[in-house]
Design a protein around this ligand. Sequence first.
Ligand SMILES: *Cc1c(COP(=O)(O)O)cnc(C)c1O
Length: 396
Amino acid sequence: MSQPDPQPALPFLPFALPEIGDEEIAEVVSALKSGWVTTGPKTAQFERDFAAFLGAGGGSGDLHCIAVNSATAGLHLALEAVGVGPGDEVITTTHTFTATAEVARYLGADVRLVDIDPATLNIDPAAVEAAITPRTKAILPVHYAGLAADMPAILAIARRHGLKVVEDAAHALPTTRGGRLVGTLASDATVFSFYANKTITTGEGGMLVTRDAALAQRAKVMRLHGMSRDAFDRFTATVPSWYYEIVAPGFKYNLTDIAAALGIHQLRRLPGFQQQRERLAAAYDAALAGLPLVRPPRAAAGDTHAWHLYVVRLADGAGVERDRFIERLYAAGIGCSVHYIPLHLHPYWRDRYALTPAMFPHSQHAYERMLSLPLYTRMTEADVARVADAVRAALR
Ligand SMILES: *Cc1c(COP(=O)(O)O)cnc(C)c1O
């Protein structure tokens, strides 16, 4: 007679999962039943709510929030609106997702990739300054994992050299630097992502934020085909009008009301989501203390880390290679990932700009040792303990 399995295998713990509640679902249903499924009243509300959220977080002045169907779209619109074009150069970090850099190429500009600060894994301001040429038009910092980049230094460099700054804040909702929310700092534009695994999600989506009214107007027009008035404006104006003018060959980057319906409620839950991520990160820190791992850097006292990712690096002498380590975690039922394979290693970027790992020693060193452990709001502290046990076993 076979014995019952004394310890049934635990279910696979995924790397990331969204948290969608009844309010989101009811709002989506309301959008579907309303007859207005594309960009309309729910998108307008999401934009207003987003501006209010950032404004309440220490921002001042008018924030323009422009909802788009991805952060990639928002970054493209932001670079277009600040005037990046053929012959220009945009400086960004090699330690990012390709979307950060590809948008400069859409516009015919070249990308100058630079190395990171090994302590924070964020773009190194000294490397930014060293990469400036007469062709440089903009700096594109990324707030890696949800920890703010050194914005005071980057903004000072931009001012000294007359450069634009567009922040890739795909990981940075909500993140503060010097007590102020990313999105309200003195850059030209900031772009957030609502992709499925980000800190809030609309399935796919993004938000371009700027204080510059002219930039906002350009991004709004280019978001929808270069039309002088969008459909919602035209059909809800006091004098409805079928008339519009095409002022540029724009894009199709508008967010749908179905997606915005999710965003309205995800945004309301964001403070609670952030606290849960913070709790889980603290639980990881405690559970992993003493192991041969470099744990993630913390935000400065008084500042907020969005904790989009919990990234650890194997210490020298950990006794296991990163790839083997990830295999062991998968075998123990733990999903993990690597953020990122640096751009200088991808064939397109490597070959276009003749890049070698030796040009990016800190990013390369971190990449070879790093992995991202599961971190999402539906995890429990028991899940963290389970991951930590698996990490401890995988290190033996
Ligand atoms: C997710 C991500 C993006 C792209 O976001 P989408 O909304 O999927 O377009 C850009 N940059 C970074 C750093 C990201 O992590």
